[in-house]
Design a protein around this ligand. Sequence first.
Ligand code: ATP
Length: 302
Amino acid sequence: MTTPSPVTVRVPAKVNVRLAVGAARPDGFHDLANVFLAVSLFDEVTATPADALTVTCTGPDADQVPLDRTNLAARAAEVLAARHGIEPAVHLHIAKNIPVAGGMAGGSADGAAALLACDTLWGLATPREELLALCAELGSDVPFSLAGGAALGTGRGELLTPVDAGTFHWVFAVADGGLSTPAVFREFDRLTEGTPIPEPEASPDLLAALASGDPHALAATLANDLQPAALSLRPSLRATLDAGLGAGALAALVSGSGPTTAFLVADEEAAAKVAAALEASATCRTTRTATGPTPGATVLPA
Ligand code: ATP
């Protein structure tokens, strides 16, 4: 029998153009109305046949990525193998470009990528719906990493409905150190204690702006209910947001649970200008420019 060739999957980061957070449910999760946009900042996960499940990682933040079974890519291989009654005999290499613990769903992206890479390597041809269900078992943001494009996520964020989106230009400011998503939700609970929280929903205005491709219209409707909590835990992010706005960004917001901040800009030229100003401001570690939407996890040609 010949050994199958390695399979590489490219997977995008996401930004939430709307993150509406409801009250905490009895299970501790929050109902969300989450409008996801996949952006052109990518990790690549390569699955190679091996005697046992192992993970390696390269990239600027590689030292912050766990290489044991808590890595979402490793968990994805285990979950898929268990479903099919086989051993997860695979080496997973993550070429990491998505900021770690940055609110851009980097771990979720690697989980979705590993699932698709292993499914292809092992010749399982798992139906798409089943892959999406396995993604939801791995985490709330994982189904979107597989799907890509633009989508409304409800429930914990994992129930996806695709939405129309024109192309938008973004700058991301990567902060020093991460923020824990559960800690940001706890801070949200603390800050909103005693105040009524409306049912989370994505406004029709936002969905229309997204579909129009008009960055000025989208800028007027972007919102993240987790932003006050992220700013409370990391007050220095306010200076980053101000620096990007001062350089001409149309809108600025904390990406997901932070601490990456996202800046919507008019075009590629404005992106370069805002990125340069943010780097010069010394209010962030580094910047990345990207466009979205972009496709979800995709097997690269061998
Ligand atoms: P989200 O936007 O989905 O809340 P995030 O972008 O804030 O996620 P991740 O980059 O996914 O955060 O990392 C969160 C934590 O998950 C990390 O601190 C790390 O310990 C763990 N982790 C597990 N697997 C991975 C992975 N493949 N890549 C990065 N972090 C991972």
